[in-house]
Design a protein around this ligand. Structure first.
Ligand code: 13P
Length: 332
């Protein structure tokens, strides 16, 4: 058993309070390899932004749970080396699906966990979330829960249909579970194919899909019911079309990939939404950079020569999100 405090991490409590009051959101970036982690820490250190490092169950299976946890510990030291005196870094379990998984993360030094029991019946979601909260809070670890269902595919989480969070349930849910933040469903979705073409319109000039707008009315209803309570948006990649174009021009095939427009995320950041999850955009940045190197230099076989440019591209992306979308720069 190791406490997150011993390894220099922080939980989300103060971070979210400030973000809600200050009208900005904290970036929650997923990582499962070294280059992603370096890029996240470089971007956060350079912009002095609090940051949430997210590890999913799939990432733990891919990279090894122990290795990822020690990488996060190393990230705190690396941030200091980069001149960030008091790094505000959270290590968070993304989409925990059982009490045992959440407990194992708490016990190995995570400072925040998500229990996603949103696919269970309402009362079962409450019971499992409360069980995780009761354990995590004994160790001062904060807990994110979810109400409502997001469509899309992400690692081991998949749902065909979404249904919006019901505002009439949120007070009861938050009170009875004691969760610290709530992920809601207002039309975001996991992955690079967030919407089917039939859900979108098409821009006649560019031929690109225009997604349906997020349900801000649902968000505002929830905010009214739970004033100041930290709200989380999953599935918030914007699927930058420049990356999609580079990928498609260099042997890739991502037809009609579409994400959440950044203006809408900017608007959400000013509300009680204080954590925005971004994973797919970093995958796209990495893939675009690697494909470009492979296409331009077919003789290249030193991984540093293609993973290095991928890291640079991800850092650029993370900085852009922090400064131009979430507004969390200078807040740590
Ligand atoms: P994206 O697939 O939109 O990046 O969402 C990631 C996410 O919500 C992780 O939980």
């Amino acid at each position: 058993m190791v406490s997150f405090k011993e390894i220099g991490l922080v939980n989300t409590r103060e971070m979210f309070k400030k973000a809600v009051a200050g009208g900005y959101a904290i970036p929650a970036f997923n990582f499962n390899n070294m280059e992603q982690l370096q890029a996240i820490i470089m971007a956060a250190a350079e912009t002095k932004s609090p940051v949430i490092l997210q590890v999913s169950k799939g990432a733990r299976n891919y990279a090894n749970q122990t290795l990822l946890r020690y990488m996060a510990e190393g990230a705190v030291e690396y941030a200091k080396e980069l001149g960030w005196e008091k790094p505000q870094i959270v290590l968070h379990l993304d989409h925990g699906d059982s009490f045992e998984l959440c407990k194992s993360c708490v016990d190995m030094g995570f400072s925040s966990v998500m229990i996603d029991a949103s696919s269970l019946p309402y009362e079962d979601n409450i019971a499992l979330t409360k069980k995780v909260v009761d354990y995590a809070h004994q160790h001062d670890v904060t807990v994110e829960a979810e109400l409502g269902v997001l469509a899309g595919v992400e690692d081991e989480v998949a749902a065909e249909e979404s249904h919006y969070t019901r505002p009439e349930e949120v007070i009861d849910f938050a009170t009875r579970t004691g969760c610290d933040s709530l992920a809601i469903s207002i039309g975001t979705s996991h992955g690079a194919y967030k919407f089917k073409p039939e859900q979108c319109t098409r821009d006649p000039k560019t031929g690109r899909l225009v997604p349906p707008p997020l349900a801000f009315d649902v968000l505002h209803e929830i905010e009214k019911k739970l004033p100041g309570f930290p709200i989380v948006l999953h599935g918030s990649s914007s699927v930058p079309q420049n990356y999609v174009d580079i990928i498609n021009a260099n042997g890739g095939k991502l037809p009609d990939a579409v994400g959440i427009p950044e203006e809408q995320l900017r608007e959400a950041s000013k509300s009680a939404v204080c954590k925005i999850n971004i994973d797919s955009d970093s995958r796209l940045a990495m893939t675009a950079a690697v494909r470009k190197v492979f296409a331009e230099k077919p003789g290249e076989f030193d991984p540093r020569k293609y993973l290095g440019p991928a890291r640079d591209e991800m850092k650029k992306l993370y900085m852009d999100k922090i400064v131009n979308v979430l507004g969390s720069n200078g807040k740590a």
